[in-house]
Design a protein around this ligand. Structure first.
Ligand code: NAD
Ligand code: UDP
Length: 323
């Protein structure tokens, strides 16, 4: 049995990863500061004998004995990572140094959840791992983009200087159950707006593109990368290469939810990348990974989740008002 640390384990991706690692018979330590994560994401795991929860912030050092580390701790939505940008970059630099410190001391293998944001507003389409990106170093997204680039740099320097067994995965836009309802990301916004027949907020003219990958496919990719040969350390892109405009996404969500919502066009946020689509050739070749779930299939599951989550939050508000 392996003892595996998942930082950011109470978040959207982290909670699914903890679940999957436990189901495969591992001992799992979930570490989280609950900035964007939620106890409800992991409440069902707390009673399991091989699950342990630690409330901790990775910018402070911690001493644990583990075999593997998945480093997911970091707010992922633009609204959340821009809320306290200094904290975001500290998480990606000081936090990553602390995580690499554990890996160095215990000889644990460590996987860094990097992001398509390292490509910035790309001039190359689709984006392959050999592209170095076009990132604004001083903009409002830099705390995250440059933070994640610094984290990749640290992974590689600890590998070269200290022989730490590191792996880097660049995750593209992911969606699915347990996305935070208030995180401002496009899929959660559109679904919650549509289910409440509110206006769907499309930023810009809706021509920006993203490629959306369902959470189960991403979790499979993270695990395959962790278990790949030691001489393959990435970075490797993990994402769905079906590209959609944001307007197409809005129309699909309206259709699948049978909503009466109308589309409202709002100003585009600064430095919003115009196009994004992963080249996943390397993932296919090196770790035999490709996504299985298409957008409609994934959206249907996600819509069901948000229907339930909205009902719970309405009931909570009613109870609170009645008090
Ligand atoms: P999330 O916000 O749901 O999860 C992040 C988790 O990390 C939360 O539980 C949060 O409380 C925790 N956290 C944040 N800062 C911390 C700190 N300093 N110490 C301890 N815990 C901390 O986001 P997510 O979508 O699950 O993303 C997980 C990881 O995957 C992130 O590193 C993110 O950058 C990366 N990623 C996600 C996506 C995506 O589309 N979801 C895309 C690219 C990369
Ligand atoms: N977006 C939008 N309406 C929303 C939220 C986001 O049109 O309510 C757009 C955003 O401008 C971007 C895309 O959707 O072009 C994806 O945004 P998200 O915040 O989900 O992730 P990003 O890929 O930008 O980190």
């Amino acid at each position: 049995m392996k003892r595996i640390l998942v930082t950011g384990g109470a978040g959207f991706l982290g909670s699914h990863l903890c679940e999957r690692l436990l189901s495969e018979g591992n001992d799992v330590i979930c570490l989280d500061n609950f900035f964007t994560g939620d106890k409800s994401n992991i409440a069902h795991l707390l009673k399991l004998p091989h699950f342990e929860l630690i409330r901790h912030d990775i910018i402070n050092s911690i001493y644990l004995e583990v075999d593997e580390i998945y480093n997911l701790a970091c707010p992922a939505s633009p609204v959340h990572y821009q809320y306290n940008p200094i904290k975001t970059i500290k998480t990606n630099v000081i936090g990553v140094i602390n995580v690499l410190g554990i890996a160095k001391r215990t000889k644990a293998k460590v996987l860094q959840a990097s992001t398509s944001e390292v490509y910035g507003d790309p001039e190359v389409h689709p984006q392959s791992e050999s592209y170095w990106g076009k990132v604004n170093p001083i903009g409002i997204r830099s705390c995250y983009d440059e933070g994640k680039r610094a984290a990749e740099c640290l992974m590689m320097d600890y590998r070269r200087q200290n022989a730490v067994n590191t792996k880097i995965v660049r995750i593209f836009n992911t969606y699915g159950p347990r996305m935070a309802m208030n995180d401002g990301r496009v899929v959660s916004n559109f679904i919650t707006q549509a289910l409440q027949n509110k206006n769907i907020t499309v930023y810009g003219d809706g021509s920006h593109t993203r490629s959306f990958c369902y959470v189960d496919d991403i979790i499979e990719g993270l695990i395959k990368m962790m278990n790949s040969a030691d001489d393959f350390y990435g970075p490797v892109n993990i994402g769905n290469s079906e590209e959609f405009t944001i307007l197409e996404l809005a129309k699909t969500v309206i259709r699948l939810t049978k909503s009466n919502s109308r589309i409202e066009f709002l100003p585009l946020p600064t430095d919003d990348p115009a196009r994004r689509k992963p080249d996943t050739t390397l993932a296919k070749e090196k770790i035999n990974w490709s996504p299985k779930i298409n957008l409609e299939e994934g959206l249907i599951k996600t819509i069901e989740y948000f229907r339930g989550a909205l009902k719970i939050s309405c009931n909570d508000t009613r109870r609170w008002k009645e008090k």
